[in-house]
Design a protein around this ligand. Structure first.
Ligand code: BMA
Length: 819
């Protein structure tokens, strides 16, 4: 097959008067690219992420746009049996014109569009035009014809268009429904035939892994004799050929594992179709990983399990929910995605859930997840809405499903396909006022159309109808003891962190807590006068209307009133880290009953206050460092009782309360581990009052409880507990806990200081310093650890990247000290 790339500089114009007063002349535009990207590159439009620039950028989308290019074809191309124009992604509503004739329409950004151009092209120059129609006008018009409801932060009518929903706004995202040609454009020249599809099915047997390769060809010319041959190249370059029955047997297979459980070897499967003359007509090449991967759902004493099983091993899923990495799609690059996913590995993730309100990620996203060992829970792109199914919509989403299943199914990382985000529960609860037909349409789409396509195209991958769900059919959807759960009572429901302990979900696929990004990120979209969380600009960058109130409310429960804006940001990040740690540690302590903790959310689409652990610029919030600790394969944690759980308000009539600690060590590796648990009860100066230690063995893939320690006779305002797990003379995991809210603890000034020696930082404290933050003025510091506790000692951390200049430290002690 011949491929002529049409990527490069095209021309683009705005059709009509626009908010920026830009003329209707053609201007140079990059393809792949978008309207916003082009106008920003040319300096014709200000950055829509700055202050409230979003508002004008949204108005611009009421226009239509024309993209135009000219490409050359040679005589010999014209002689080929098939000529196709292929768009890997158009956003979204397009009319495609070749040499003045209409060749088709596009109406779904999630699909691949191919047009037969054989009879329309000529040797020499050919003119290609793509007109992109206003997405905002379209949804408005369609909504008038038929009501479909959905998330209130998103624009009315968004379910009518197959375009990343969050481009129309979300509770963490702006309304910037850009338009463009966002993936590759090619002319494909086909001689005789091409691969229509190739499916590699694995059978894990005692003699090795048998690859059963199923393929089909799409014919363009006369039917001729062809030969199809496959070969597999192992991770060390070893070659495996097909046996007579067409299968390939991999003896001594090197299995693929999620991060933390083993390595990620990848095998390349290469196929060729040749004609009688031996000419190669088409090539197919993909990398696969040898593994079995499914979800175990078995009745047990608590309900029904929900757990990834990889190569027979039950895996506790640890990770976060992924949203699109940028509203301007052209800014999502392989390098940026790799940096984000590397950060997931740095925080000990083994999983990631791609949330259904965005778009199906690029191939490189899945390639990187294959390489890093991140299991992908992949939602189909439907979220928080009700959809109206008619013949046209059905045909459209059928092809969308087929395109994406064919594109993604071979990836080792693909753990699960999921029908949608939160729709089973929301349609059932009539959250968006679905019509009775829409309630039925829901079942038709997610429990018939999509699964029947998967049965045909990817029967080996587990399918789950919705997240959350207990298995579908609107049955028991909220059951915490069955299927996966989204738990939002902490945060949306204003419940205290300890509420997490009331639940032992089988798999928590969403739970989250918001925070503000760090000051440097806030500076990127504000002027000095905006830097107050209730300013108009800050509120434009806080899309969950109740959120600022919630943050302040949770601060009042936990911390002293922060002395300034910068300490408010810091405190919000500590709260976020505290909250999520509270949940995850609890669920890991109950490994076996709970088998997944996927934090809402990993990343941001623009600079904003949100649930993300990594902000838009890739800066780690306190939560991400905390994730590194509480997702560590071997983790010690403490289930404490104290004022927060027994007497949350100090004005209650005085009564004795339990102050106790139950330590637990969780081992998420495939080996048993033996080590020493050491604990110490300390005063605010970090001096030890009482201590103990115990040697324990934690069997592989379990968690082990230690006996309860009772400290009820001590003053909760003056003691705290430190604990660590030591293996081979090294502390592998540690932590500390208070028996009162941090706001009421009698902290003493730790007189923190920091010194740099090469790539190391030494942090020194004279007393208990809780949640020590190390930062620099540039806001570019990445460390081996941060936001940790220092117990009147010196702690060393590695500088992984960033400037060593102007480094500062602070701790909880500083939040409320106005002196
Ligand atoms: C979840 C998600 C998102 C949303 C988040 C925070 O339910 O599925 O729709 O952004 O909550 O509210």
């Amino acid at each position: 097959m011949k491929k002529i790339s049409l990527n490069g500089m095209w021309a683009m114009k705005i059709n009509g008067e626009n908010v920026y007063g830009i003329s209707n002349d053609y201007m140079p535009a990059k393809v792949p690219g978008s309207v916003y990207e082009t106008l920003m590159d040319l300096g014709k439009m200000p950055d829509p992420y700055y202050r409230d620039n979003e508002l004008n950028a949204l108005k611009l989308m009421e226009q239509d746009f024309t993209y135009q290019t000219v490409f050359n074809l040679t005589e010999d191309m014209l002689e080929l049996d098939g000529l196709l124009l292929r768009f890997d992604g158009i956003d979204t509503l397009g009319g495609v014109f070749l040499n003045g004739s209409s060749i088709g329409k596009t109406e779904n950004m999630h699909r691949i569009w191919e047009f037969d151009i054989k009879d329309l092209v000529r040797a020499g120059e050919n003119e290609l035009r793509v007109v992109l129609y206003s997405p905002t006008k379209f949804i408005k018009e369609e909504q008038q014809k038929c009501y479909t409801g959905g998330s209130h932060e998103c624009m009315d009518g968004f379910p009518h268009i197959r375009k990343a929903h969050c481009m129309f706004g979300w509770d963490w995202g702006p309304r910037l429904p850009d338009a463009g040609i966002f993936r590759d454009v090619n002319v494909l020249g086909i001689q005789e035939c091409r691969f229509e599809q190739v499916y590699v099915r694995q059978q894990h047997k005692s003699e090795g892994v048998l690859l059963d390769i199923d393929w089909s060809l799409e014919l363009f010319g006369e039917e001729t004799l062809t030969e199809v041959e496959f070969q597999v190249i192992g991770p060390k370059g070893d070659i495996y050929n097909q046996t007579e029955d067409g299968n390939v047997l991999i003896t001594e297979p090197d299995l693929w594992w999620p991060n933390g459980y083993g390595k990620q070897p990848l095998y390349t499967v290469r196929g060729e179709v040749r004609n009688e003359k031996g000419e190669v007509l088409d090539l197919w090449e993909k990398r696969i990983g040898l593994r079995t991967l499914t979800v175990k759902r078995e009745k047990d004493e608590w309900g029904e399990s929900f757990c990834h099983v990889v190569n027979g091993v039950p895996v506790f899923a640890m990770g976060a929910d992924h949203i699109p990495e940028d509203n301007i799609l052209g800014r999502v690059t392989k390098e940026r995605t790799r940096a984000l996913l590397d950060d997931c590995i740095a925080a000990n993730f083994n999983s990631i859930r791609v949330w259904g309100g965005g778009y199906y990620p690029d191939d490189f996203f899945f390639d990187i997840c294959d390489e890093l060992g991140l299991m992908v829970w992949l939602d189909f792109m439907y979220a928080c809405a009700s959809y109206e199914l008619d013949d046209k919509f059905e045909a459209n989403i059928r092809q969308e499903t087929i395109d994406n299943v064919l594109r993604i199914r071979h990836h080792a990382c693909l753990a699960l396909w999921c029908g949608n985000n939160e729709m089973e529960t929301q349609v059932q609860d009539k959250a968006w006022k679905p019509s009775p037909k829409q309630v039925m349409d829901y079942i038709k789409i997610y429990e018939y159309i999509i699964p029947s396509i998967l049965k045909e195209y990817d029967p080996m991958t587990f399918y789950w109808p919705s997240s959350p769900s207990s298995g579908g059919n609107y049955e028991d959807s909220w059951n915490p003891n069955k299927g996966d759960t989204h738990y939002w009572d902490v945060w949306h429901g204003n419940k205290p962190f300890s509420e997490y302990r009331k639940f032992h979900f089988r798999y928590a696929s969403e739970f989250g807590f918001q925070s503000f990004p760090c000051i440097q990120t806030i500076e990127s979209f504000t002027e000095k006068k905006d830097r107050n969380i209730f300013s108009r600009v800050m509120e434009m960058h806080q899309r969950n209307t109740a959120a600022n109130g919630k943050i302040l409310n949770y601060i009042s429960d936990n911390y002293l009133y922060p002395k300034d804006f910068d300490h408010l940001i810091y405190t919000s990040q500590l709260l976020q880290a505290d909250a999520i740690r509270y949940g995850v540690e609890h669920w890991r302590r109950h490994r076996g009953r709970c088998m997944g903790a996927i934090v809402w959310q990993l990343n941001d689409i623009w600079p904003v206050a949100s649930w993300a652990s990594i902000d838009y610029y890739g800066r780690w919030k306190a939560l991400h460092y905390s994730e590194k600790r509480f997702f560590a394969p071997i983790m010690i944690s403490c289930e404490e009782e104290g004022e927060m759980t027994k007497r949350p308000h100090c004005i209650e009539e005085p009564h004795d309360i339990e102050k106790s600690a139950r330590l637990n060590v969780a081992n998420e590796t495939r080996e048993d581990v033996t080590g020493t648990v050491r604990w110490a009860l300390r005063n605010p100066k970090a001096e030890i009052i009482l201590q103990g230690e115990e040697e324990i063995t934690v069997p592989a893939l379990t968690s082990v409880w230690l006996r309860k320690l009772d400290f009820s006779s001590y003053d909760e305002l003056k003691v705290y507990l430190t604990f660590e797990f030591i293996m081979d003379n090294k502390v592998s995991s540690k932590g500390s806990c208070l028996f009162t809210a941090p706001k009421h603890f009698g902290f003493e000034d730790p007189e923190l200081n920091v010194r740099t020696e090469g790539d190391k930082l030494y942090i020194n404290s004279k007393a208990y310093a809780r949640s020590v933050e190390i930062s620099n003025i540039a806001g570019d510091l990445k460390l081996s650890d941060n936001y940790f506790d220092v117990n009147g000692e010196e702690i060393c951390v590695d500088i992984l990247s960033g400037s060593k200049e102007n480094i500062r430290v602070r701790s909880v002690y500083d939040i409320g000290s106005f002196m």
